[in-house]
Design a protein around this ligand. Sequence first.
Ligand code: AMP
Ligand code: MG
Length: 419
Amino acid sequence: MSSILRALSCADDYDPESLTVTRAGELILSLVEPVAGSERAFIRRGLNRILAEDVIAPVDVPAHDNSAMDGYALRHADLRAQGETRLRLAGVAYAGRAYAGAVAPGEAVRIMTGAVVPTGLDTVVIQETVTIEGDSIVVPAGQRRGQHFRYAGEDLRAGQAALVAGTLLRPAEIGLLASLGVVEVKLRRCVRIAVFSTGDELCSLGHELGEGQVYDSNRYTLATMLERLGCEVLDMGVVRDQPEALEAALLEAAASCDAIVTSGGVSVGDADFVRVLMAKLGEVAFWKIAMKPGRPMAFGKIGGTWLFGLPGNPVAVMVSFYQFVRPALLALMGRLPAPLPQFRVPCAVPLKKAAGRSEFLRGLLFQEDGEWRVRTTGAQGSGILRSMAEANCFIVLEHERGNVAAGEMVSVQPMEGLV
Ligand code: AMP
Ligand code: MG
């Protein structure tokens, strides 16, 4: 028995004929480890990439005590406990141009947002509350010591980990790195993923549809989902339902890629050779997952290359990709686990649901009378991509759940954020 199948069959609730979505996801994640290999890159090249090491803040952020508002910096001790206080203006502090002089007791400094607060001053009073009288200001009572002050190092202290290994770099992280003056970071290497579609009925774009043919859409959804995830994609086109062609494609992909994602040919039809060949060439588990859509799926390895044999139906491809392939590839890319937000909203329509499997419906979150609700997007057949295109979330009906009455709460997973 192969090492993967052995590892899987040790799990006490392992039933390849009926695996829950949760269990299948856990089994995959228990096996996939981050790729070795990293490279240094300019932070601007880091979007959607994963940090390979902690980034330690080389400086305090902010580097100096500075003002959070336009106003006047002063010593709180100079303010009278009751009533107004008159203070003489000693000078002006601009962002990037500090006030160089000393500030004597009883004096204040006009200060702009971001300007360094002169030594000895501890409070900023916003300009709207102050009255100017000649070269003095009159400050009303009720000022709090330390107000409108940004302290050096309050964001981050020099020597602290600003970002940890395994962090996905998004614009906020890239900005944070820039705020530290970091130019280059160590990134996990890009993962390279091979994609091909299988099926004798598939017609490639640019050709006229023949009798009984369908355009190959899966390769386009798969390649672009992979690209949004930050993977390098090897697009191997359409492979016919012929064992020799499929074997050659699998071997070629395994030789140069970290993972292979295919669509079609994993059920039990007479032309479903993918599952058989994957098993011949590598170690593979064929799973019937208790879910709709996306029941059959092959998962395994050829040599060091992970294999995901997804079903052929276009919606099933996307659902199984988001539920299983995406988290697995993020783990392969070295990202720390980051569960997607899932929350509950009232369902505006009744839903039919059989208990004993998870269902992923295409949903539209919409606002009505100030409250967010969800409804389904038209026909939900697993071949109907339009229901995906019109959706902005998945409605997740859990394994044990039965029919849903209108108004009942259901779980949703927003589609934005699936990258
Ligand atoms: P299969 O799993 O190979 O039996 O395919 C199931 C259904 O999905 C069939 O109706 C196929 O025509 C359709 N299908 C398979 N591959 C693709 C593809 N790449 N693009 C669009 N539809 C496909
Ligand atoms: Mg097929």
